[in-house]
Write a protein that binds this ligand. Structure first.
Ligand SMILES: O=C[C@H](O)COP(=O)(O)O
Length: 247
């Protein structure tokens, strides 16, 4: 099974979400084979996307959620609230949240535990900055992030991990070299492969490198930004992944 999903980040109105999800709902999901698609809109559009996608097998997630269930946490959205809107995946630890909104390993860990307690899937993002990569310190850096995220969690089998090198993300990002990903995923698979649901790759995934990345041993899926920000772009990514899976 390959997990192939997209986060829209801070993009999209409810009307956009309805249109996108409707196009996606028209897809022959069975024809994709063993691919698990998921989309992660902004909070405001989760319910629209989820209702359009009901019964299609395509999952909808939230880009963040609080670890507490309710209370005086101004500006936060709890996991039960995200679930109420239709989310079954909770993303956490994305580098943009770590850089701009104070997300730290400790809060990611609290969120992993809260998501599992509520029976939704934690999607844990991690990745190193350029200077760590250039110093050859990627592995110790990312394994420390993952170990902290999973600390004290007995059963991690439903956790999705997403390796997103910070220097590879977004419009100024550059896709990693294949040999670097091969090395990193070999180590991640050896250390976490049996313990988690899947280990995804994210950062400058596009229609040209999609299949090549999926061919790397240990890569269990893709977490895509820009090249899936239109329904057509995302569907093309899904079709390419299905083709890669068929071999
Ligand atoms: O959440 C998605 C990632 O940050 C990747 O974004 P990108 O594909 O636009 O580089």
């Amino acid at each position: 099974m390959l997990w192939v999903g997209t986060s829209w980040k801070m993009n999209g109105t409810r009307a956009f979400a309805r249109e996108y999800a409707r196009t996606l709902a028209g897809l022959d999901a069975a024809g994709l084979g063993d691919i698990q698609p998921f989309i992660i809109p902004s909070f405001t559009a989760i319910d629209v996307a989820a209702s359009e996608l009901e019964g299609t097998g395509i999952l909808v997630g939230a880009q963040n959620a609080a670890w507490e269930d309710a209370g005086a946490w101004t500006g936060e959205v709890s996991i039960p609230q995200a679930m109420d809107a239709g989310a079954t995946i909770i993303e956490m630890g994305h580098s943009e949240r770590r850089e701009y909104f104070g997300e730290i390993d400790r809060t990611v860990n609290l969120k992993v535990k809260a998501a599992l307690r509520h029976g939704v899937i934690p999607l844990v993002c991690f990745g190193e900055p350029a200077e760590v990569f250039e110093a050859g310190e990627t592995l110790p850096f990312i394994t420390a992030q993952i170990d902290a995220a999973l600390e004290g969690v007995e059963d991690t089998s439903r956790v999705l991990l997403a390796y997103e090198p910070i220097w590879a993300i977004g419009e100024h990002g550059r896709p990693p070299r294949r040999e670097d990903l091969v090395r990193t995923f070999a180590a991640l698979a050896e250390r976490y492969g049996d313990r988690v649901e899947a280990i995804l790759y994210g950062g400058s995934v596009n229609h040209e490198n999609n299949q090549d990345i999926l061919g790397i041993p240990g890569v269990g899926g893709l977490f895509i930004g820009r090249s899936a920000w239109t329904a057509e772009g995302y569907i093309r990514n899904l079709e390419l992944a299905a083709e890669a899976l068929r071999g």
